[in-house]
Design a protein around this ligand. Structure first.
Ligand code: FES
Length: 225
């Protein structure tokens, strides 16, 4: 992307965000600190404040829906097993790299045939699962360049670094729900605070896995045709 285009994008998003925040702030002020000038105009400041608040939040929501796909983020909704690709369709063996390309005991995301897949190498064995966590579609291998890094495999499980859901690497089975008390205690921002923001979605489901074979140090993953 050219610097001029990036600058334009950041400017538009910044202006949009500031305008949304301004509308929300104006709404709060009109509701809680109406002032004489507004009352003199004859309009109901509380009603006007509520309208501004609603418009501000809608604008903020629209901004999120626009930006998320641009950043490669999905809506924070669960992925249920009924959305999986059935095992009978996983027949296209696709090369994913060699054993040396993958750190031991740490999930790493790759893109294979446009599909996001997380590979986990445990010594000479490799396991593959959907790269997006079944809780809120955030990447199990963390976000590159951000403080959210992939977590080491423990007890045969991969831990989502966002809200702490745990899945067996071999089967994808869910063994710990997001926002469990231990996670929340250890992670005040990603745990305790976000558990309140995610009031509409607190459950994870088993993760879709993909068959893997290793031949002569090369890794192949079976994907849909
Ligand atoms: S996105 Fe993985 S636990 Fe929430």
């Amino acid at each position: 992307m050219s610097p001029a285009l990036a600058f334009l994008g950041v400017s538009i998003i910044g202006t949009w965000g500031l305008a949304s925040i301004g509308l929300i702030a104006a709404g709060i002020i009109m509701i809680f600190f109406p002032g004489d000038a507004t009352i003199a105009s004859g309009s109901d400041p509380t009603l006007a404040g509520i309208v501004l608040l609603v418009v501000g939040f809608v604008s903020m929501g629209l901004m999120g829906m626009t930006i998320q796909p641009l950043l490669g983020l999905d809506p924070p909704l669960p992925i249920r097993p009924k959305q999986w690709v059935p095992a009978s369709k996983l027949t296209r063996w696709t090369k994913a790299g060699t054993l040396r390309d993958f750190p031991n005991n740490t999930p790493k995301e790759v893109r294979l045939l446009s599909r996001r897949v997380t590979l986990v190498r445990v010594d000479d064995n490799v396991y593959a699962m959907n790269a997006l966590c079944s809780h809120a579609r955030l990447p199990l291998a963390g976000l590159p360049g951000s403080p959210v890094k992939p977590m080491a495999i423990r007890d045969g499980c991969v831990t989502c670094p966002f809200h702490g859901a745990k899945f067996e690497v071999e089967t994808g089975k869910l063994v710990r729900e997001p926002f469990d008390s231990q996670w929340n205690n250890d992670h005040p921002f990603l745990g305790r605070l976000q558990s309140k923001l995610f009031f509409f979605n607190k459950s994870a489901y088993d993760q879709q896995t993909y068959p893997v074979k290793v031949e002569g140090g090369e890794i192949f993953v079976a994907l849909p045709k």
